[in-house]
Design a protein around this ligand. Structure first.
Ligand code: NGQ
Ligand code: ZN
Length: 452
C-alpha cells in the first residue's frame, strides 16, 4: 500500500529542507520527495528525518560473545587468542542458537538506526564439521532472523578453505567454515533463491588465488553486479605473512591481482601504505571500517588521510558487535584519527561544514554501495530506509539541521533514534521494536545455556 510521510525537517541529498513530503510506493521505494509542501494527509513524523544506515559487515553469532573475551594476562591479549576463543565458542552453537542471536542483534541494530546488514556468513557446518542435511541450514537461519525482525539483508556466503597464505590446510577450529568450490556454488545458488546475495572470499589467508578466480567466475555467471567482500590487512601479522608469501602486502596484492571496482568492499583495509590507499580509492572500492571491533581487537588504525584525499569511499560495519550503534562507530572512527594526528574535525575539510553530517553522509552512501542497495539518501528511486531522530533526546534537544548529526555522533546521546522504517515498513516506533521483548527472552535463555 503506498503511503506518504511528512517531516517538518528532512535531510535531502543537498541538505536540510523544511516541510518535506516523502511518497513511498508499494515496492518500498521512495517515489517522490517534495520540500515546502503541504502535508495533505501524509503521516506527520515526530522528529527530523534522515536516511537509515547500512551495516556493511556482520558476523551475527559474535554478538553473543560480548563479555566472554575480557581476560587479561602479563603479555596482554591479542587478535589470534581472541580468534581461538571464538572457535571454542562455536564448539556448541546450534542453528537455533544462531537464529536467536541474530534476531536479538538485528533488533538492537534496528533500534539504533541500522536499516540494512551485510551478513558475512561462514558458519556453514555442524559442530563436527559435517554439512547439515540441508547445506544452507545456517544461512537460512540468518535469512529467517532478518525476515522476523525486518532488517534489510545482503547475505554474503563465505568461501573459507585454508588456515594461512599459500593454501595451508585448515585448522580444526575452522572445520565448521570449510567448503569446496562445488559446495560453495551450490550454497550461493540456494541462498540466491531466497535473498539478495554477494560473494565473500574470506581473506587472502583463507582463499588461494585460484579459488578467488573461481569465485569471481561463479559471480560472473550468477550475478555480475553482486557485491564482493573480503577481509584485508586487518592485522600486521597478516601483512607480514602476505609479504612472505607473495612479496606484496594484502591490499597491494589485491590491487595487482583482482579486478577491484565499486562492487568490492575491502573489510578493515587497516594497514595500507599511502600508495595502496590512494590506489584503492581510485578503483572506487569501499573500505569497510569496523571501528569498535578494530579497537576491541587491537587491529591498528585505518590510514584515512591518503584514502580520503583520493576520494575513497567508506562505510561502517558492526563486525563482532561489541558495538551496535552507528553513531558511536562514526565517533570512534573520527576520534581515532584525532588521537594520532592531534587535531580536530578531520573528516570534513570544507571550511565551516559539519563533520557529523559529512561522516554520516559518507557512511550511508558508502554502505549502500558496498551492499549493492539503492539506498543511503532520501531520494526518488531509493529504498525507503529511513530514521526519525528523537528531538527530545537531551543531546539533540534545541538543535537544528546538521547540528543534529554532530550532536547524535559527538554528543552524549543515549538513544538519538526514535522511529525506523525499512523498505517502506515501520520496524521501530518510539525507540522500540515490537518483538524486542520476546526476542530478548529467547536470547537470554540461549545465552545462559551457551555460557553455562
Ligand atoms: C572473522 N574476524 O571472520 O570473524 C574474523 C576472524 C579470521 C575478524 N577478522 C577470523 N575481525 O579473520 O581469521
Ligand atoms: Zn569480519
Amino acid at each position: 500500500m503506498s503511503q506518504a510521510l511528512f517531516a517538518a525537517q528532512a535531510w535531502l541529498p543537498d541538505g536540510w529542507a523544511q516541510d518535506v513530503r516523502v511518497d513511498i510506493g508499494d515496492d518500498g521505494l521512495v517515489s517522490g520527495v517534495a520540500a515546502n509542501a503541504p502535508a495533505d494527509g501524509a503521516e506527520r513524523l515526530a522528529g527530523p528525518l534522515i536516511p537509515g544506515m547500512p551495516n556493511l559487515h556482520s558476523h551475527a553469532f559474535q554478538r553473543a560473545m560480548a563479555g566472554l573475551t575480557g581476560a587479561g594476562g602479563p603479555q596482554g591479549d591479542n587478535f589470534w587468542a581472541w580468534r581461538a576463543c571464538m572457535y571454542r565458542f562455536l564448539e556448541r552453537l546450534t542453528p537455533d542458537d544462531l537464529e536467536t542471536i541474530a534476531a536479538q542483534l538485528y533488533v538492537e541494530m534496528l533500534e539504533r538506526g541500522y536499516t540494512t546488514v551485510g551478513e558475512f556468513h561462514y558458519l556453514h557446518h555442524d559442530v563436527d564439521g559435517r554439512p547439515y542435511a540441508d547445506p544452507a541450514e545456517t544461512a537460512l537461519r540468518v535469512v529467517a532472523a532478518a525476515g522476523e525482525t525486518g532488517i534489510g539483508l545482503r547475505l554474503l556466503p563465505v568461501f573459507y578453505a585454508h588456515a594461512g597464505f599459500g593454501g595451508e590446510p585448515p585448522a580444526d577450529g575452522q572445520r565448521r567454515f570449510v567448503c569446496d568450490l562445488d559446495g560453495y556454488a551450490r550454497l550461493a545458488e540456494r541462498c540466491a533463491q531466497v535473498t539478495a546475495i554477494g560473494f565473500a572470499p574470506h581473506s587472502l589467508r583463507a582463499v588461494t588465488p585460484d579459488e578467488l578466480q573461481a569465485i569471481l567466475a561463479l559471480r560472473a555467471a550468477m550475478s555480475a553486479q553482486a557485491p564482493v567482500h573480503i577481509h584485508a590487512a586487518e592485522q600486521t601479522r597478516e601483512v607480514d605473512d602476505c609479504l612472505e608469501w607473495s612479496g606484496q602486502r594484502p591490499v597491494e596484492w589485491l590491487l595487482w591481482n583482482a579486478p577491484l571496482d565499486r562492487h568490492w568492499c575491502l573489510v578493515h583495509a587497516t594497514h595500507m601504505r599511502e600508495l595502496e590507499a590512494a590506489a584503492l580509492a581510485s578503483h572506487g572500492a569501499v573500505a569497510g571500517l569496523c571501528p569498535s571491533t578494530e579497537a576491541d581487537l587491537g587491529d591498528g588504525l585505518f590510514n584515512a588521510e591518503p584514502f580520503l584525499l583520493a576520494g575513497g569511499h567508506i562505510g561502517i560495519g558492526g563486525d563482532s558487535h561489541v558495538g551496535t550503534d552507528p553513531f558511536a562507530e562514526l565517533r570512534l572512527f573520527e576520534y581515532g584519527q584525532r588521537l594520532v594526528r592531534r587535531r580536530r574535525n578531520l573528516f570534513e575539510r570544507r571550511e565551516g561544514r559539519s563533520v557529523g553530517a559529512a561522516l554520516y553522509r559518507a557512511a550511508a552512501s558508502g554502505g549502500a554501495q558496498a551492499l549493492g542497495f539503492a539506498a543511503g539518501a532520501i531520494a526518488p528511486g531509493l529504498r525507503a530506509d529511513l530514521v526519525v531522530l528523537d528531538p527530545d533526546d537531551p543531546a539533540l534537544a534545541g538543535h537544528r539541521g546538521d547540528r543534529w548529526l554532530d550532536a547524535a555522533i559527538f554528543g552524549p546521546a543515549r538513544r538519538p533514534v526514535r522511529d525506523v522504517m525499512v523498505g517502506g515498513r515501520w520496524r521501530v516506533r518510539e525507540g522500540r521494536h515490537p518483538q524486542a521483548e520476546a526476542t530478548f527472552a529467547r536470547y537470554r535463555a540461549t545465552l545462559r545455556r551457551l555460557v553455562a
